[in-house]
Design a protein around this ligand. Sequence first.
Ligand code: KMH
Ligand code: ZN
Length: 274
Amino acid sequence: MTHGTLLTVAPTGAESAKADVPALPVTVEEVVATARDCERVGAAVIHLHVRDADTRPTLDLGRVREVVAAVRENTDLIVQLSTGGAVTDPFDARLAVLDAEPDAASLTLGTVNFGRDVFSNPWDLIVELHTQMQQRGIVPEYEVFDLGQLATLARLLDRHGLPHGGHVHVDLVMGVPGGMPGTAQALTACLPLLPPGATFAATGVGRTSLPVMLAALSAGGHLRVGMEDTLTYAPGEPVRDNAQLVARAAGLARIAQRPPMSTDEARDLLGIKP
Ligand code: KMH
Ligand code: ZN
């Protein structure tokens, strides 16, 4: 079992509107402040979606580069850009995010219903993202929304080889309406399908956040938390900020005697050069 816990914060996402969630970090300054706060309480990785000056999700490369540079200047966090974007984003713009040269990037392994929308990830896009990340020295985090996507991962690695850095890290994104449920049973069902030597994190969306976190910790997994996935801290209590979610995850990880990894330990685990 892995000793420490890799904590990733997903602070913003592409789904919530700033008008509905005033605490959501959307400006460069807000993202940097959140990043610093979350690093202080145990995060090692930041999963970034970028917003424009009107607070809407954007894949504009200039803006993406600006946010990446600002987070790097102010923290030691591993910068993982989303290539999932928003459900409306075209594939070429999602691929072009890699031009911002992040340390890591998300790579979703299949199409999934996403509430009333469809999050589209056909095989050719998966292969293109995987191959471009290999060529550019970017470490993927394989996002898995449903069990069958782990079979796709096995096929991808078999046909196209290991990712840059040689280590396979998977994030089980659970509880999305349309994907696998956020339960201990679903998490347990995924484990035998992980590639040999792979590590995994889990993310429970909405009210599945805590059950998924506890199940992941007990199964030796790592954690992703943040306002991309969870806006309610407890029934009737809105999340105050991302650091509140990271601090809770760090506390549970300590109780599990698997304390949060430092950023150096996380780089070592994921195969990212310092
Ligand atoms: N915003 C979702 C449609 C990712 O970042 O790679 C996709 C998503 C996954 O958040
Ligand atoms: Zn995301």
